[in-house]
Design a protein around this ligand. Structure first.
Ligand SMILES: Nc1ncnc2c1ncn2[C@@H]1O[C@H](COP(=O)(O)OP(=O)(O)OP(=O)(O)O)[C@@H](O)[C@H]1O
Ligand SMILES: Nc1ncnc2c1ncn2[C@@H]1O[C@H](COP(=O)(O)OP(=O)(O)OP(=O)(O)O)[C@@H](O)[C@H]1O
Ligand SMILES: [Mg+2]
Ligand SMILES: [Mg+2]
Lengths: 256, 256
């Protein structure tokens, strides 16, 4: 059974892209055929893997608009075992253009339908909003991973996010569920981080990943080289944390 | 001549809200009548000033929808000399609802028209996207401050942001101009931060603020108390940095 997971949180800068990129590379390296879908007009997941977003003939935009079959838009084996459905800034116009399109909330799900069975896991990196692009990701996915920065303002948006997930589950995608909540950018030197973790544990008692990602500049440096953390600095704390998270994900997905 | 400045950058988590809140409080404390407009559905600027977004009868949403005059939605003197046009999560629906509304790009500009002359400076905090809410802010404003995190991924979106500003200037708001680019979350211990600053200086040679905001956890703590940095920790590096920025802003606005 293919697993489709969206990385979503409308709060900006909480580690959605960093998690999507590093988890997808980890899964592929562990021998699981993986697809990473970048549905953010910023195309950060695309560039974090070293792909030049300005040089792409087709992107996820063309698949959403129905102009090209998704197989024309895919980049095969950007890493061994990892395909990418890339984004570019043309996607910025899609939110307004899709409003009046038929099945506007299901364009991504429909586009992925013909290729879904090729993958064991599909990860979708979302933009920092709850607009139509994120709604498309949340109807294509069956599960959601919510990265949460260990800071106060990141807590503020959780109620709104959970309400939106409930709405989508009720109206558009009944199997949708919160797979896990991931604490990111944990700075052990501050009291604030530990307080936020406690607060989130109360809010999502059974869904917080055991693994907590520390704040470390290596994760901010890796994208400038177009590399996942395992390729940029394999022995770093950051690489160990994302490998631990990857193993925890595999365990919970009952893949090994 | 009233100055209207939008804090915009579609990259998430770069310090838009932190800058909007601390600059508006600084300006009001310096004796300049200031209005802060929160047009982000996350309503982080509203809560950073200690306002309970769930207890608001009217918000900027009602003013944009034309259901209420803006004077009914304003919170007067949230700090001496500072009014707030608050947001709440109802704003999340506005992007789709506004698509078919008349003058959809000018709803905020039209709403602010009757009260504009009461203020010397108006600051608008934008969501992390280039959708209709941000477009509304960029037609209501005459100038833009672009906060940029000192990290690689924050550089990626600058071309897209500048292209969008040009488009809005040409089609919707001819006086629109980049007032300044503010480097935020500068971590002196990393090489990455200095490299990003150099890169941005090349991209925006004459528009970078002299003041650079350091990465300091005090700025992440202050919002959890509903306080601006000057109220939370007046002698901190963070308070000094935002006071320096405030003075630089006043100097460039030719206010004193
Ligand atoms: N654990 C970490 N420690 C330090 N820096 C990190 C960490 N995780 C991510 N970063 C950096 O923080 C910034 C924000 O992370 P990222 O871009 O992954 O967040 P996002 O939620 O995808 O942002 P957006 O909302 O704009 O899509 C990036 O510059 C990234 O390199
Ligand atoms: N200079 C700084 N040093 C450390 N933390 C900071 C600094 N500036 C802001 N922060 C914290 O970083 C996080 C992101 O900042 P903020 O929310 O202001 O960014 P934003 O651009 O408004 O985000 P969004 O894109 O979600 O609207 C917040 O938790 C904030 O408290
Ligand atoms: Mg991202
Ligand atoms: Mg903000």
């Amino acid at each position: 059974m293919r697993r489709v997971l969206a990385l979503a949180n409308q709060k900006g800068g909480v580690g959605k892209t960093t998690t999507a990129v590093n988890l997808s590379v980890f899964l592929a390296r562990s021998g699981h055929r993986t697809l990473l879908v970048d549905i953010d007009p910023q195309a950060n997941a695309t560039s974090s893997l070293g792909i030049d977003k300005l040089a792409l003939p087709e992107t996820v935009y063309d698949a959403l608009a129905g102009e090209r079959p998704v197989t024309d838009c895919l980049l095969r084996d950007v890493r061994p075992g990892l395909d990418l459905l890339p984004a570019s800034s043309t996607l910025a116009g899609a939110e307004v253009e899709l409003v009046s399109a038929p099945r506007r909330e299901f364009r991504l799900r429909d586009a992925l339908e013909p290729i879904g069975s090729e993958y064991e896991v599909i990860l979708i990196d979302c933009p920092p909003s709850l607009g139509l692009l994120t709604v498309n990701a949340l109807t294509a996915a069956r599960e959601v991973i919510i990265p949460i920065q260990c800071e106060y303002l990141a807590l503020e948006g959780l109620v709104q996010l959970v309400n939106t997930l409930d709405l989508i589950k009720r109206r558009l995608n009944p199997p949708l569920d919160v797979f896990g909540v991931l604490m990111t950018m944990f700075d052990a030197r501050t009291r604030l981080a530990a307080q936020v973790v406690q607060e989130v544990r109360r809010f999502f008692p059974r869904r917080m990943f055991r693994t907590i990602i520390p704040r470390t500049v290596r994760l901010a440096e890796a994208p400038s080289y177009g590399k996942a953390i395992f390729e940029y600095d394999p022995s770093s704390r950051a690489a160990q944390a994302y490998a631990e998270l990857g193993r925890e994900l595999l365990e919970r997905l009952a893949l090994s």
